[in-house]
Design a binder for this molecule. Structure first.
Ligand code: GLU
Length: 285
């Protein structure tokens, strides 16, 4: 089977260094195996994903020399599909509608899963997590164990916004993704996503979680903590080389090359086993 990976940024700002590390890892892992790497824009959270950011991210990726395979999937253009998948989970008793307000939940636990509420303007859809502990095989980390998994995961918010897990699992299934390469901050939710694959009767993909780029011991680089756009701080070729360095790849003889050439050469000599599993503080902003 042809390898098919993806890079799935949320356009809540321009690309920061941590996202670029993810893009580089996902792209090289695919290209080193003559596989495909697709691009998906996870723009469903409209409060965070302002208009204009998607174009800025596409421009940044282009400046960095990435050429992704196939059409770019923009999640806000695919909401009908997610609603259908939400209905499927509800019909199969894998999900329930909840009418609790935040204030009510502070006073008592939610009991909506036994009430069989119907969809309305005042209900949100939640997935019923089956196991509070789970494990999966990670290409870099081996067997990964996760415990204390929450009992429910929001699929569709009361305001109708589709949540990350429903959209992500739906798209990864529909796109035929064979391996998911992404940041280690998504390790904890992976067993739930695997359960959702089973609920949809789909084959689960392989996983590879790369270490996070941290601002300091406790904070990952993210748009929420105002990490700067990497391309405002450094030339694109330097950003790529720094991302390769972060992934412990061979960076010899890359310094005179263009971005595309750097990615090509790095794909030819990509080695998974060189990548560390520990998150690392980096000094970029
Ligand atoms: N959209 C997520 C992010 O930007 C990545 C989700 C995923 O790769 O599953 O952090």
């Amino acid at each position: 089977m042809t390898y098919k990976g993806r890079f799935a940024p949320s356009p809540s700002g321009r690309l920061h260094f941590g996202s670029i590390v993810c893009a580089v890892a996902a792209f090289l892992r695919a290209k080193s195996q003559d596989g495909l790497c697709c691009l998906r824009i996870e723009d469903l959270d409209l409060e965070r994903c302002k208009t204009g950011n998607t174009k800025a991210i596409l421009d940044d990726l282009n400046t960095l020399g990435f050429v992704f395979d196939g059409e770019v999937l923009i999640q806000t253009q695919n909401t009908k599909r997610y609603l259908k998948q939400g209905d499927y989970l509800f019909t199969n008793n894998e999900a329930f509608y909840c009418s609790c307000t935040r204030a009510l939940l502070k006073q008592r636990p939610c009991t909506c899963s036994s009430l069989h509420l119907e969809k309305s303007d005042n209900t949100a859809l939640f997935y019923k997590v089956k196991n509070n502990k789970g494990s999966f095989n990670d290409a870099l980390r081996g067997e990964v164990f996760v415990d204390n998994i929450q009992n429910t995961v929001c699929l569709i918010r009361k305001d109708g916004i589709i949540s990350y897990n429903l959209a992500c699992v739906t798209d990864d299934i529909d796109m035929g993704i064979t391996e998911i390469v992404r940041g280690a901050d998504l390790i904890d939710i992976t067993p739930v996503q695997i359960e959702m694959y089973e609920a949809f009767k789909a084959c689960k993909p392989n996983y590879l979680h790369i270490p996070l780029a941290l601002m300091d011991e406790n904070h990952k680089l993210s748009k929420q903590n105002h990490s700067k756009a990497a391309l405002d701080l450094m030339a694109p070729e330097k950003v790529l080389i720094k991302a390769l360095e972060f992934l412990n790849q061979d960076i010899s003889n890359l310094h005179t090359l263009s971005c595309r050439q750097i990615l090509q050469k790095a794909a030819d000599r990509f080695t998974l086993s060189s990548i560390n599993t520990t998150d690392k503080v980096i000094s970029i902003n």
